[in-house]
Design a protein around this ligand. Structure first.
Ligand code: CO8
Length: 258
């Protein structure tokens, strides 16, 4: 168990699990906590025994956002010098599938942390929201950008301006999250899904993520060129030979990750 001050982490099969562990403060994210989360994520990303990373929260909630106590006295210059988002930026450079398994409150920076993951699963009672406007600020860790890309400008604006909360089934309907799983067996359902992805050939999984990430930034033709290069690359893997051979021989493939 890779336990740190604000984070618990362990490996279950091929799943690297990270739990935010500041439950008495609804897992409010201070700088140390973000640094710890990202460090463990990077450790798992480099660990050959881990195929998928699952991020969740201890206690009643995933996270009520950035630690307001830590921000109350900040100035533009102190923020510029501190560069608090440098750690956040490293999340988007991870290669392995990153799943946010959320419950309770998922607010502000907590919501931005979930949106920085590849997939989001939630319990039906989970409440998502960006309350920053009511604090005289706005999201700063990607909220306006990632939310707008998912639900479009008009919906994003209304939600960010009002600071209203949304329940998980509505977030699922709008395509902000992937799926809602019943609370009673939430952890099992998330782990089943994580194991399902972990069983796939890891280089395919990695290059699919890489290509999908390009879809937001490149023109269609440039994106397709990038996709094609990744596609060709996979024909250099043993897992491609095994996957196609197994299909022809009508048996289950055994992937080795190379
Ligand atoms: N920061 C610091 N402390 C918090 C936070 C927070 N975000 N959220 C809860 N807490 C603390 C409370 O102060 C309280 O502490 P104490 O017991 O010492 O009084 C404890 O957690 C329990 O909270 P409540 O008593 O308020 O519990 P309730 O059940 O009444 O309410 C809520 C729970 C609804 C979650 C409520 O606590 C709340 O509204 N919290 C603040 C939510 C919020 O505004 N989040 C946005 C923060 S700003 C942000 O996220 C900007 C992100 C930009 C990236 C920043 C990178 C540096």
């Amino acid at each position: 168990m890779l336990t740190r001050q604000y984070v618990k982490a362990d490996v279950d099969g091929q799943i690297g699990r990270i739990r935010l562990n500041r439950p008495e403060r609804y897992n409010a994210l201070n700088r140390t906590m973000i640094r710890e989360i990202v460090k463990v994520m990077e450790q798992f990303d480099q660990d050959e025994t881990v195929a998928v990373i699952v991020l969740s929260g201890e206690g009643k909630s995933f996270s009520a956002g950035a630690d307001i106590d830590e921000m109350v006295d900040a100035t533009p210059i102190s923020m510029e010098l501190l560069d608090p988002f440098a750690d956040w930026d490293r999340i988007s450079r991870l290669h392995k599938p990153l799943i946010a398994a959320v419950h309770g409150f998922v607010l502000g920076g907590g919501f931005e942390l979930a949106l920085a993951c590849d997939l989001i699963y939630a319990t039906p009672e989970t409440q998502f929201g960006f309350p920053e406007v009511g604090l005289g600020v706005m999201p700063g860790a990607g909220g306006t950008q990632r939310l707008t890309r998912r639900i479009g400008r008009t919906r994003a604006l209304e939600w960010l301006w009002t600071g209203e909360r949304m329940l998980a089934p509505e977030a699922e309907r709008l395509g902000i999250i992937n799926r809602v799983f019943a609370s009673e067996q939430f952890e099992q359902d998330v782990m089943t899904r994580a194991h399902q992805i972990a069983a796939q050939p890891p280089i395919s999984v990695r290059l699919i993520k890489d290509a999908v990430d390009k879809a937001g930034d490149l023109s269609l033709q440039d994106g397709m060129d990038h996709e094609r290069r990744n596609f060709y690359l996979l024909f250099g893997t043993a897992d491609q030979t095994e996957g196609m051979q197994a299909f022809l021989e009508k048996r289950q493939p055994t992937f080795k990750g190379n």
